[in-house]
Design a binder for this molecule. Structure first.
Ligand SMILES: C[S@@+](CC[C@H](N)C(=O)[O-])C[C@H]1O[C@@H](n2cnc3c(N)ncnc32)[C@H](O)[C@@H]1O
Length: 206
């Protein structure tokens, strides 16, 4: 098991059962991210770091029977929930593993969603490069994630929960993709902020 997977497994050891009941308070903008991805009939979509798979059924409905949704995560306890959510959805495949270690075919996906997963990945540059390479030409990416936290005590709590704030990650996404949306939003009277970014693959940067 990779160090990243082991870290995530430890982090979610006790949180998996309460994950869906608690995350609505912190992980803002996830529904908007799903909508911004604009999944279309027949598309191949990757939900990278899908966790409990909350968005997989919604994505599966949009791509229909001809489409394919892959949910990848490295924590089996979270994926157990995702599997039970999607057990009747033939378009959905759940894969357990560290994204950075999995084989990813070039141009395998039409769109990739990263919903609060990029902030937890140590080797984020490699992650973004791999996302870029697995997209079809003009393939789309949508990222929603933590950006800044200027409330000192709170920033420490987030960090203890594996969050690394995202200014550098966002800058790299801005550099790599042709952007169609890119905004910062405040949460709870600016206790922290999150960003929602959408773009597509282009020849701009490698
Ligand atoms: C904060 S959760 C977000 C889960 C889900 N996307 C959501 O919006 O509720 C971050 C997820 O990223 C996963 N993750 C972190 N690093 C990963 C990696 N290298 N490969 C696969 N999944 C990873 C974690 O296991 C965790 O489920």
């Amino acid at each position: 098991m990779s160090q990243q997977s082991e870290r995530m497994r430890r982090l979610y050891r006790f949180q998996a059962p309460i994950y869906d009941k608690t995350r609505w308070a912190f992980l803002h903008g996830r529904r908007q991210a799903c909508e911004l991805l604009r999944p279309r009939s027949g598309e191949r979509i990757l939900d990278l770091g899908c966790g409990t798979g909350r968005w997989l059924p919604r994505l599966a409905k949009k791509v229909g029977r001809q489409g394919r949704i892959v949910g990848i995560d490295c924590v089996s306890k979270l994926l157990a929930r995702a599997r039970s959510r999607c057990r009747q959805l033939s378009a959905v495949r759940i894969v357990e593993g560290d994204w950075l270690e999995l084989d990813a075919e070039p141009e395998a996906f039409d769109a990739v969603l990263l919903s609060y997963s990029l902030s937890m990945i140590d080797d984020w540059q490699d992650c973004i490069r791999k996302v870029h390479d697995c997209l079809s030409p003009q393939g789309r990416v949508v990222v929603v994630d933590f950006l800044h936290c200027r409330t000192p005590g709170l920033a420490t709590v987030f960090r203890r929960h594996g969050v690394q704030f995202g200014a550098e990650r966002r800058a790299e996404l801005q550099r790599r993709f042709a952007l169609t949306a890119d905004e910062e939003r405040p949460a709870f009277a600016s206790a922290w902020s999150w960003y929602l970014l959408a773009g597509h693959r282009c020849a701009k940067a490698q």
